[in-house]
Unconditional design. Structure first.
Length: 91
């Protein structure tokens, strides 16, 4: 069976983790067509394994708790975290 041009995908997204699902959702919101390819039986990728949430800087919660943080420190900590050298500022 041959598909019509309008049913051809605009995008093929490889990976059904947080980033892949966000990308697919963005295309769908723009009336695009998406094929999502995932190797696992369930969607979610490594994001499903994250038990401490999604990190960020200058969040509403940090501001409410008067925790001083900024994007530059967050970026530095993120880069250092792979080697176990993350900043201990505020601890």
């Amino acid at each position: 069976m041959q598909q019509s041009e309008s049913s051809q995908p605009s995008v093929i997204v490889v990976g059904g983790g947080l980033a892949g699902l966000a990308a697919a959702h963005t295309v769908l919101r723009s009336d695009g067509h998406v094929i999502l390819v995932e190797k696992e039986k369930k969607l979610g990728g490594n994001s499903m394994k994250a038990s401490s949430g999604i990190n960020g800087a200058e969040s509403f919660v940090q501001q409410k708790l008067e925790i001083t943080d900024d994007v530059a420190l967050f970026a530095t900590d993120t880069m250092r975290s792979a080697t176990g050298e993350a900043s201990t500022l505020g601890q």
